[in-house]
Unconditional design. Sequence first.
Length: 783
Amino acid sequence: VLKVQNGTPVLVKDVGSVEIGHAPRLGQFGFMTQNDAVEGIVLMRTGEQTQTVLKRVEQKTAELNNGILPADVKVRPYYDRSELVALTTHTVRDNLLLGIVLVVVVLIFFLYDVRAGLIVATAIPLALLFAFVCLDIKHIPANLLSIGAIDFGILVDGAVVMVENIYRQLSIPGRENARIRDVIATAAAEVDRPIVYAVGVIVASFLPIYVLSGPSGRLFTPMADTTIFALIGALIVTLTVIPVLCAVLLRVGRVERENRVYRWLQDKYAQGLAWSMEHPRFVIGGACVSFLLSLLVFAGVGAEFMPKLDEGTLWVRATMPYTISFDESSKLVPQIRATLRSFPEVTIVTSEHGRPDDGTNPTGFFNAEFYVGLKPYGEWNGAYRTKKALIDAIDRKLSAFPGVNFNYTQPAQDAVDEAETGLKSSLDVKLFGTDLSVLEGRGKAIKRVLDAVPGITHVTLVQELGQPSLTIDVDRAKIARYGINVADVNGLIEAAVGGAAATQVVQGERTFNLVVRLKEQYRQTPEQIGNILVATPTGARVPLRELAAIGVNTGASFIYRQDNSRYIGVQYSVEGRDLAGAVQEAQKKVAQQVTLPAGYHIAWGGEYEEYTASRGQLRIVIPITLALIFLLLFSLYQNFKFPFITVIGVLLSAPLGGVLALWLSRTPFSVSSGIGFLALFGVSVQTAVVFISYANELRQQGRSIAVATREAALLRLRPILMTGLVAALGLLPAAFSTGVGSDSQRPFALVIVGGLFSRLLISIFLMPVLYAAVAREGDELEV
C-alpha cells in the first residue's frame, strides 16, 4: 500500500509493475560454442610453488564436480601455468642434457682418456647439487629463469685445467716410482691459484646484474644466483674432490695415448704461432680490425628490450566501434570465436566481452578478448608451420569483420603489458595535456604517422571522446524560486532514469535490491525525461524541463590519467623489424609532422621505455664489470701490464663472434644478449689467465721471455681449447633451441657461443704476441 485515497488503498501494482529483473549486463563470457558461461580466476599467493598449488586446485575441482555441484554444472579449468611450466621445463631439460653430452664428448676427445673425462664431468652434478641447496636456502625455485641458461662448460673449466695438468704430469716419463699423491699435489699447486682467480673473475662478471632494476633485474637475478652458486660449488669440487678422484682412478707413469687429431692441430698451431711472433704488428692490427668490424656489424644488429617468451598460446583482442551496444557487440563475438575455432591448430577458444562483474577491468562493450589454446607445434600438420604464419592467417580471416581492429599477444604477456603501461598493448605513445578535444585531434595525427612507419602494425587510438551522453543542466535560480534543492532534483533523476534501491528483498540466503525506476516508455528520449514531474515543498509538481536544460551531447567515454596528468594513448606493435629502429624512426616523424601546443608532451612507453632504461643501466654495468675484472687480475699479478693485456685481448677478440652470432641469426641486441656479453668477458679472461700464469711460472724457472711465451702457448693450448670449447658447446643447444621457453635465453647463449669461438681463434695468437710485447726481464712475476 502506497497510500489511502478517499478510503481506497493505492497499491504498488496500481501505479507500476513488479517483476524479477536483473542488473544491467556489463559483460559476457563465452566458451567454445557456448555463448553464456561463468569464468572464475584462482589467484596464487606470492612465494607459493606453482605445481603444488595446481595439484590442490585440481583436487578441489574434482570434489566440486563429483557431488557438490548439480549434475549439469561442471567446473572446467582451461588455462593454468602447468602447461607452460611443462613445456619450458621440457625445453630446458633437453638443452641441459644435450649440453652435458657435448661437454663430456669434448673432454674425452681432448684428454683421449675416458676416466679423465669422467673425472672432469663429475664436477657438473656436484656443482649443481651445491647450487640447488643454496637456492633452496634462499627459497628460489628452480625454473626457466634460474636454470634456463646454466653453462656446464663454464662449471667444468676449472676442473678441466686441474685434470689436464695432473694428467700431463702423471704422463711425464721417468716418474714411475714417484708417489702419486706427491705428483698430484705438485700438479694441483701449479694451477690452484689461477683457477681460483679465474672463477673469481667469472663470478665478478655476474655481480653487476644485481644492480639492474626493474624487469631486467627481476629476470636475470635468479640466473646470476644460480650461476654464482654453481661456480662456487664447482670451485670447491675442483680443489677437493677432483684431485682425490685423480689419485684413485689414474696412475703414475701411464703413457699418454697419442691423439693424432690434436697432434696435427698442435703442429699447425706451432707454425702459426712462430709466424705470429715474427709479425706482431700484423697480428695486433688484425685483432684491431676485428674489433672495428664488430662495431660496424653491431650498428646493423638492431635492438629491443627482451625477446618475447613464447607461451604456446594466443590472446586476441578485438576493438569494435566505441559506441556499439551490448546487444550488437554480443552478436559479433560468437562469430569471431567461431572463426578462431575453424583453424585446426586451435584446441580451445574463450571470449571475455565487456567488463567483469567485479569491475577489475574497466572497459566497455567495444572490447572483447579471446584466449586461443594451440596444439603443440610438433602436431601442426596443416599449412602453417610457425606461430607467426598462423597469426597472419588468422588476421586475414578476421579482416572480414569491418570496423573491428585486432591485436595479437599472449595471456601472461598481456597481463604484464597492461600492468606496466596502463593500456592494452606492450608499446604505446602517450600524449599528455588538459583539453580532451586537443588530445583527440593530436592523437589521430600521431596514429596517421605511425601507420606509415615500416614495421609498425596494429595501431589503435584509445578514444576518449565519442560517447553519447544525456546532459541535464539544472538552473539553480529557477529551482531556488520553487524552494527545491539540487540534491532533490539529482535524486529524482537518478531514480527515474537509472533506478534507485528503495529497500532490500530477502529470499532465504539471497539478498538483493528492490529497485524503483520509471517504465521505459517514460525515459527513452530527452522530451520524455523533461516531462518528469518534480515535487515542490508546497505540493505543486513542476516538469523537469522547466527547471533544467536537457539534451544529448558527445562526451568522454574514458579519461586516462598517469601521475594525475590526463593523457590519450596510441597503441601499436612492431613486427618484422627491430624495436629500437622502428620506434626511433617513428619518433623522428612524429616530431616533424605533429605540432604540440604549449603544455602538451609525448611519452614513448611500454617495452621501448624499458629498453631505454636497461640500455642506460648496461652502459654503467659493463664498465663496472671490466673494472672489477681488472682489479682481480691486478691482485693476481701485482702489476698493471698483465691485467691490461688481458682486458685488451678480450675486447679485441671476443665481441666479434658474439655480434656476428646476433647478426647472422637476425637477433636484435637486448638485455639478454647484454648479460651474455658480461658473462663472455668473464669466461674469456680465464683462457688468458691460464696462459699468462704458466708463462710467468716458466720464467721463474729460468726460461727467457721468448722461450717461456712459446712453451706456455703450446703446453697450455689443450686446456685453453678445452675450456673455451666446453664453455661454448655447453650453451650450443640453448643457442639454437626453438622450443617453448627458449626465446629469452637464446640471445644470451648466442653471444657466449659466438664470442668464445672468435675468442679462441684470435686469442691463441694474440695473447702470446701481447705478452711478449709487454714482458721485460726483471718483472715481478706472480702465477
